[in-house]
Design a protein around this ligand. Structure first.
Ligand SMILES: [Mn+2]
Length: 304
């Protein structure tokens, strides 16, 4: 049975991204009525407002990282906020913000799982593997590095953020929808043996079997964290992201993905990241994200 007490936490920053604008994501999700739509599903939703942190100084990389001190500050705030909600028995939904913020959120979820003896499983819905390092990154943008950092491969300040190194391991991740991996990153992904269901896999076996595989082994002790990068979706339906990559899941595939996750009843925390209203058309991508999140919390055509 999924936790019915939800807390929305806005994190208005694009500090780890290569384009400005994801800082407007939390407000776009609110404008698209996220809280009211979840409340209508019978959930107890509290909007905690926005976290605060440093402005984006828009500087070039230093030693392979852009804005590292600012990324650390934002992620510390995220870690504390998410950990507090989980400790309070609530289900946190982080409204990003760019994907570097998953370092703070997932390190907090991993810490909560250690506290409570739960088994963590992370579903990483994304066009990108986000497994870059300072050596492999073409840009220095830390939103391309969160999975590596969470697995202990990154700058000390970020890998130590949750007080436990590494915060988690490649074995907890299932990456779905991947279709853009940088050259150096390909080797890192392979060496880590992180489980990736790329678009070719989805093309070959379909979304249904892909999700059965990604969800295999989940039991009543599993804490399921969903890290939903909106660029997971095909850009024809979701133009409001900074880094579009064509050939993503279509509307029906995305719905099936969310519905099958909902069916497990094990969702314990969620990130919604990389929504960029500066690239969107009349907030359509925010509305689509809200629609999919409703399905993630059990909206379906029929009573099942
Ligand atoms: Mn991402």
């Amino acid at each position: 049975m999924v936790n019915k007490a939800l807390s929305l936490i806005g994190v208005p920053t694009d500090i780890g991204a290569g384009h400005r604008g994801a800082s407007m994501g939390p407000e776009a999700l609110r404008v698209a009525n996220l809280a009211a739509k979840l409340t209508r599903r019978g959930l107890d939703v509290v909007d905690r407002g926005n976290l605060q942190g440093p402005l984006n100084p828009w500087q070039p990389p230093v030693n392979g990282y852009r804005h590292l001190p600012e990324v650390v500050a934002w992620n510390q705030a995220v870690h504390e906020a998410i950990y507090a909600e989980l400790a309070d028995g609530r289900l946190p939904i982080m409204l990003g913000g760019d994907h570097c913020l998953a370092i703070g959120s997932i390190s907090a979820v991993a810490r909560h799982c250690r506290d409570t003896g739960k088994t963590l499983r992370v579903l990483w819905l994304d066009a990108h593997a986000d497994f870059n390092t300072a050596e492999a990154t073409p840009s220095g943008n830390i939103h391309g590095m969160p999975v590596a950092c969470l697995c202990g491969n990154g700058p000390k300040e970020l890998i130590e953020l949750g007080g436990y190194v590494p915060a988690t391991s490649p074995a907890v991740f299932r990456q779905i929808g991947i279709r853009s991996v940088d050259e150096g990153e390909k080797r890192l992904v392979r060496e880590s043996q992180v489980s990736i269901f790329d678009m070719r896999h989805i093309d070959e076996v379909g979304m249904k079997r892909t999700m059965e595989e990604a969800l295999a082994g989940i039991d009543e002790n599993t804490h399921l964290h969903i890290s939903f990068d909106v660029d997971f979706l095909d850009p024809s339906i979701a133009p409001g992201v900074g880094t579009t990559v064509r050939g993503g899941p279509n509307y029906r595939e995305a719905q099936l993905c969310m519905e099958m996750i909902a069916d497990t009843g094990r969702v314990g925390s969620l990130d919604i990241v990389e929504l960029n209203p500066a690239f969107d058309k009349k907030n359509q991508t925010a509305r689509l994200a809200v629609d999919l999140v409703e399905s993630l919390f059990g909206k379906s055509t029929l009573i099942r």
